[in-house]
Design a protein around this ligand. Structure first.
Ligand code: MN
Ligand code: MN
Length: 471
């Protein structure tokens, strides 16, 4: 038999020079704190903006107001309606030659409260929800949930709410039928086992009175409204101007005897968001101007005024160019964008040993084998994805190899099984080179997603390399 000429598959855990184990575990213990504390896009923006400011980032808006010119090494941020965030580090080279962009999203699947959520049935007060993003509904019942979000009262006063995270807090839950009585339910297709309108979670059960006519207690809804009034000063109408969402309660944590994995809610895509945030915090005097985008609304198609289909990113780069070069006029902005290089930083689907038939094993990412690069996403014949050029693949590969980054190729799953997209296509719209690149996970979109600590740390190193070395 001849010499084995196959591409060498690498595993981070077996390459301590590329992936120092102590550094990996330390990095991920901070990540676990972030994941535990930031369960909505608003909470992510608040966390990142505060840390960015501590690290010398200043608001783009205040530079504009003061007419302050930005120079090499300056660090600025733009907050988009408290739900998305863009960070920039000004480089040495003219922006018109392009900037290096890493874009991730900070929204995750969840249960949003309906605009008029509170009702009572069978003496129990419940909240109605409309789920956000693609979920397997049956995974979201009978688990402890926390309520996060904001409410704007009738006078416009903003109230921030997070109930169900502290071990002493109360939690919420969506009920499911006992197996003894579930014969009909168990015969249904998984998609229909739990209905969308059945995703109501319990708000309270203490009644206000006993109705002697129909022999039922009632007033549980009223009692909940009374509690909301006493505790928060909330009226029922205030729900109309609220963004309240139920998310899995509790902290993210280590998984496995070897503690090699992180388990927790919202890793799609907060794992890539966290890693790119850490990377842009740590870059030093880059040649290219660097940008990190933390977008909202990816899970529902990037629609809306905080999603990547809006012009807000384009405007942000225009504003920045004006402060750096004195002119953010249209053609120069278009040149800057089309000359840019981007990583669409989103999670990939790792091979699951319980469902390994779902993947083409030659093209599926594995936990621990490093940062995943996906030439394309999409579904049914690559539809809806952004297919990176071979030329750009070559550049990224050279950058990663030159910095001893452990990387692996990835694809979403077997060709005919389904698929999905990322924000890559909305960046590619400007004509820039874009590649999907991120951390492979298991249990994607479930209340408890899994990622490998080695991949997380390696992706951080890959992003540092990208910011510094991509030409
Ligand atoms: Mn994602
Ligand atoms: Mn997703």
């Amino acid at each position: 038999m001849g010499k084995d000429l196959s591409r060498k598959k690498r595993n981070c855990w077996l390459e301590p020079e590329a992936c120092n184990r102590e550094e990996t575990f330390n990095f991920c213990s901070e990540y676990i704190d972030f994941l535990s504390e930031c369960k909505t896009e608003r909470e992510c923006v608040e966390y990142m903006q505060e840390l960015a400011q501590e690290n010398g980032f200043i608001p783009l808006e205040s530079c504009k107001k003061e007419g302050r010119k930005l120079v090499r090494g300056d660090k600025v941020f733009l907050n988009l309606r408290d739900k998305a965030l863009i960070l920039f580090v000004i480089g040495r080279e003219d922006m018109e030659k392009g900037i290096n962009i890493i874009g991730s999203h900070i929204d995750s699947p969840r249960m949003d409260l309906k605009p008029s959520p509170l009702y009572e049935d069978q003496g129990i007060a419940l909240f109605k929800t409309h789920y956000y993003g693609g979920i397997k509904k049956y995974q979201w019942t009978t688990i402890p949930m926390a309520l996060h979000g904001v409410v704007f009262k009738s006078n416009g006063e903003k109230l921030e709410i997070a109930v169900g995270e502290d071990p002493d807090d109360t939690v919420f839950t969506i009920t499911d039928l006992l197996p003894h009585l579930a014969r009909q339910q168990m015969e249904k297709k998984a998609e229909e086992v739990i209905s969308g309108e059945g995703l109501n979670f319990i708000a309270g059960t203490i009644p206000q009175e006993y109705d002697t006519d129909d022999k039922n207690s009632k007033g549980a809804k009223n009692a909940v409204l009374e509690l909301l009034k006493d505790k928060y000063g909330l009226e029922e109408e205030d729900f109309i101007s609220a963004e309240l969402t139920a998310v899995p309660s509790g902290r993210a944590r280590d998984v496995g005897l070897d503690r090699s994995l992180v388990g927790g809610y919202g890793q799609d895509d907060r794992v890539c968001a966290y890693v790119s945030f850490k990377a842009i915090m740590d870059i030093k005097d880059p040649e290219k101007t660097c940008a990190a985008i933390f977008a909202d609304k990816e899970e529902v198609g990037s629609m809306g005024n905080t999603g990547m289909q809006s012009v807000l990113f384009e405007n942000a780069v225009g504003e920045l160019m004006e402060l750096v070069t004195g002119s953010g006029e249209d053609l120069r902005l278009k040149r800057a964008l089309s000359n840019s290089k981007a990583l669409s930083s989103d999670v990939a689907a790792a091979v699951d040993p319980n469902y390994s038939d779902t993947h083409d094993k030659e093209n599926a990412p594995r936990l621990g084998n490093g940062v995943t690069i996906e030439k394309y996403t999409g579904h049914k014949g690559k539809s809806g994805g952004s297919d990176a050029n071979a030329e750009y693949m070559s550049q990224v590969r050279q950058v990663f190899n030159s910095e001893n980054i452990v990387w692996q190729p990835g694809e979403l799953g077997k060709v005919d099984l389904g698929g999905g997209g990322t924000i890559a296509q909305f960046l590619a719209y400007y004509g820039m080179d874009v590649l999907d690149c991120g951390v492979a996970v298991l249990n994607m979109h479930s209340p408890f997603e899994l990622s490998s600590k080695a991949d997380i740390y390696m992706t951080y190193k890959a992003f540092i390399a990208f910011y510094h070395k991509m030409k």
